[in-house]
Design a protein around this ligand. Structure first.
Ligand code: M6R
Length: 609
C-alpha cells in the first residue's frame, strides 16, 4: 500500500518520478506527490487523485532538479486530501518525507512534538517523521533519520531528502518493501522491482532494520546500529516488457491472457518431460521431513486464500494429509495448534502482505516448517519462510489477481502429488497420469480464452445487476468464492460465493428475476447434485449462467447462458473454471465504466494490518 519512487542522478528527476509512480499506482491511488531538490532548494507538488492529475499539474508548473522522491497514496491515517498527501515537510520546509506503512505511536509523538512547538499541517501519521527528523538533525541526515526512527513504533518504508544534505536520498525500511536500483551515474528507489526495470536490473533489497544513503553513484547500507553492511546487488531476470500492457487495454486482460504461458513456466523445470518426475529442490525439506509432515495449514489473504481452499481439497485427496486453510489475519491472532510436524504453506502473490508475513512468523515461532508459494522474487515472505516455491507468473500489475491464482493452483497441485507419492498415498502410475493432465492444461486454457467474445456477450446481460450469487460444489466452491471476489472488486457489484448445497439454508431467499446466479457445474461426482441446484434457482425465476464441461448437452436446456470449458480431471477443473469468471468480471467492469486495473479503495499489496 502506497508506492514510493526516488531518483538521484545526472538527469532531470521529474520524468523518472512520474513514470515510476505510474507503475506503482496499483499500490494506492487516492493522492500523489513529488518533491525535488533544485539548486539546493526543495520544490513540492501534490494533488488529490491519480498520477495523471499530478502529471497535469506538473505540466502547467514543472519542477526541476536531479534529485527527487515521489509517493502514490492509499490513505490509512487522514482522508485523501491535498494536505494529507505525501511528501510531508518539517516546520521549516527544509526536508520532506514519503512513507509507506503505519507509525503506531504517532498520536503520542505528535502531542510531544506539538508541545515542543512543532507546527502540524496534516492529520497523517507520517508527518511526525518529518518533525522528528527535523529535531534530530545536527549536520548529518542519515544520523537524524536513524535517531528519529528509534522513537517510532510501527512499519515503514521511507525516503527523505533535505536542503541541508542535497546530494543524497536517505531511505529506511522496517516492514514495508523498499528496493534500490543501481544504474550508470544514477540510482533509483522503489517500492517494487517492475517500476524500475526499464532503467536497471541491478538491485539491492533493503532488509528490515536497514537504512541506506543513496547518491547517484554509490549506495551505503547500514544496520539499525549504524554498522556499515556490504551487500552485493542482484540481477533481476524479468524482462521490462513484462511490466507493460503490451497492446491490451488493461493489465487485467493482459494477465488473463498470459495464463497459458505463466502455467507452462510454472511447470517448467519442475516436471521431467519423459519420466514426469517432480522436482521441488527449493522446498528446503528433506525426504524425512516430508514424510514426517502430519498436518498442512494453508494461510493467505484474498485470492491467495481461495487458492489455499483448493489446496485443502487437493492435499486431502492426493496426499491424504489433514489440511486446513486459515485467513492469515485470523491465524496469527489465534493460538494455532501446530508443531514441528506441521507444514504451514503461506500463499502470496506479492510476498509482502502484512498479515501473511505475520502468520509465517507465528508458524516459525511455533516450530512449524514453513513454505511460501510466492510470485515476487526476493520478497519479504519469500525470504522469511524456510522454503520458497516461485510461481514464475511474471509481474502481476492489475489489482485483481488472475495469473497469480492459476499459477498458485499449479504449484499446489504439484505439491499435493509430490506429498502423495512420498507418503504412499498415490501410486507412481496415478502420479504420472495426474502430471500428464497438468501438462495438457495450458492448451486447454488457450481454448477457454478463445471463448472470450462469447463471455463478453454474457457480460452484457449481467452489467446492470446489483447483486450476484456464485455457486459451486467441491473444488467448485473456492472458485465460486473467487468468481464473486473478482466481480466485486472490479465491477462493484455485490456478489457472494456459496457452496451450492448451502443455498437452501438462506441465500435462496434472495433469488428472483433480477439475481444472476453463476453455477459451476463441471463434470465430476457432484454434477447431478449441482443440476438440482440449478433447477431450484430456475423454479424461483433466477437467471442462471453455468460454467460446464464441453460435451454436456443436457445443461443448455436448463441454463440461460452456458460457458463451456474443456474436459479435464476433477482435480484440475478449478484451474480452467476460474478463467471464464475472470473474463466475465473484466467485461462487466469495462461495460460499467469501472477502472479495472485500479478499483476504488483497493491496493495491490496490503502491507498494513
Ligand atoms: O499478494 P497477496 O497474494 O498476498 O495478496 C493477497 C490479497 O490481497 C489479494 O489476493 C487480493 O485479494 C486481490 N486483490 C484479489 O484479486
Amino acid at each position: 500500500m502506497c508506492g514510493i519512487f526516488g531518483y538521484i542522478g545526472d538527469k532531470e528527476a521529474l520524468p523518472f518520478l512520474l513514470e515510476g509512480l505510474k507503475k506503482l499506482e496499483y499500490r494506492g491511488y487516492d493522492s500523489a506527490g513529488i518533491a525535488t531538490l533544485h539548486k539546493g532548494k526543495l520544490f513540492v507538488t501534490k494533488c488529490v487523485g491519480k498520477i495523471s492529475e499530478l502529471e497535469t499539474t506538473l505540466q502547467k508548473k514543472p519542477i526541476g532538479g536531479e534529485v527527487g522522491i515521489g509517493h502514490t497514496r492509499w490513505a490509512t491515517h487522514g482522508q485523501p486530501s491535498h494536505v494529507n498527501s505525501h511528501p510531508h515537510e518539517d516546520c521549516k520546509s527544509e526536508l520532506v518525507v514519503v512513507h509507506n506503512g503505519i507509525i503506531e505511536n504517532y498520536l503520542e509523538l505528535r502531542r510531544e512534538l506539538a508541545d515542543r512547538g512543532h507546527d502540524f499541517r496534516s492529520s497523517t501519521d507520517t508527518e511526525v517523521l518529518a518533525h522528528l527528523i527535523e529535531e534530530k538533525y545536527a549536520g548529518n541526515l542519515l544520523l537524524a533519520v536513524r535517531e528519529a526512527l528509534l522513537l517510532v513504533r510501527g512499519s515503514y518504508a521511507l525516503a527523505v531528502i533535505s536542503e541541508n544534505d542535497p546530494q543524497k536520498i536517505v531511505a529506511a525500511r522496517s516492514g514495508s518493501p523498499l528496493i534500490i536500483g543501481h544504474g550508470e551515474e544514477e540510482s533509483f528507489l522503489s517500492s517494487d522491482i517492475p517500476a524500475m526495470l526499464k532503467y536497471t536490473s541491478r538491485i539491492t533489497q533493503l532488509e528490515n532494520g536497514e537504512m541506506a544513503e543513496i547518491t547517484a553513484t554509490e549506495t551505503r547500507i547500514y544496520d539499525q546500529h549504524g554498522k556499515s553492511l556490504a551487500k552485493t546487488p542482484s540481477l533481476i531476470s524479468w524482462d521490462p516488457e513484462s511490466a507493460e500492457k503490451g497492446g491490451y487495454s488493461h493489465f487485467m486482460l493482459k494477465e488473463i491472457h498470459e495464463q497459458p504461458s505463466a502455467i507452462r513456466k510454472t511447470i517448467e523445470g519442475r516436471v521431467e518431460a519423459d519420466s514426469h518426475k517432480i522436482h521441488f529442490d527449493e522446498l528446503n525439506l528433506t525426504e524425512e521431513e516430508i514424510r514426517k509432515v502430519n498436518r498442512v495449514v494453508f494461510t493467505a489473504c484474498g485470492t491467495s486464500w481461495h487458492a489455499g481452499l483448493v489446496g485443502e481439497y487437493l492435499f486431502e485427496q492426493l496426499a491424504k494429509l489433514p489440511t486446513e486453510v486459515e485467513y492469515a489475519a485470523e491465524f496469527r491472532y489465534r493460538s494455532p495448534i501446530i508443531d514441528e510436524n506441521t507444514l504451514v504453506i503461506a500463499i502470496t502473490q506479492s510476498g509482502e502482505t502484512a498479515d501473511t508475513l505475520a502468520a509465517v512468523w507465528e508458524a516459525k515461532a511455533r516450530n512449524a516448517k514453513t513454505i511460501a508459494i510466492c510470485n515476487v522474487t526476493g520478497s519479504t515472505i519469500a525470504r522469511e519462510a524456510h522454503g520458497v516455491v516461485y510461481t514464475n507468473a511474471g509481474p502481476e500489475i492489475g489489482v485483481a489477481s488472475t495469473k497469480a491464482f492459476t499459477t498458485q493452483l499449479t504449484i499446489i497441485y504439484l505439491l499435493a502429488i509430490l506429498f502423495g507419492k512420498r507418503r504412499g498415498a498415490i501410486s507412481e502410475k496415478e502420479a504420472t497420469s495426474l502430471i500428464s493432465d497438468l501438462i495438457s492444461l495450458p492448451q486447454k486454457v488457450e481454448r477457454v480464452l478463445q471463448g472470450e467474445s462469447l463471455i463478453e456477450t454474457v457480460a452484457d446481460t449481467f452489467r446492470s445487476a446489483t447483486n450476484a450469487l456464485y455457486l459451486g460444489r467441491g473444488k467448485g466452491f473456492p472458485i465460486a468464492l473467487e468468481g464473486a471476489l473478482k466481480l466485486k472488486e472490479v465491477s462493484y457489484i455485490h456478489a457472494e460465493g456459496y457452496p451450492a448445497a448451502e443455498m437452501k439454508h438462506g441465500p435462496i431467499a434472495l433469488i428472483d428475476k433480477n439475481m444472476p446466479v453463476v453455477v459451476l457445474a463441471f463434470s465430476g461426482r457432484r454434477y447431478e447434485k449441482t443440476l438440482g441446484n440449478i433447477e431450484e434457482v430456475k423454479a424461483r425465476g433466477g437467471r442462471v449462467i453455468v460454467v460446464a464441461s464441453e460435451g454436456d448437452k443436457q445443461i443448455a436446456s436448463q441454463a440461460d447462458e452456458v460457458i463451456y470449458i474443456p474436459q479435464t480431471s476433477e482435480a484440475l477443473s478449478p484451474l480452467l473454471a476460474v478463467i471464464p469468471l475472470q473474463i466475465l468480471a473484466y467485461y462487466i467492469a469495462v461495460k460499467r465504466g469501472c477502472h479495472v486495473d485500479q478499483p476504488r479503495n483497493l491496493a495491490k499489496s496490503v502491507t498494513v494490518e
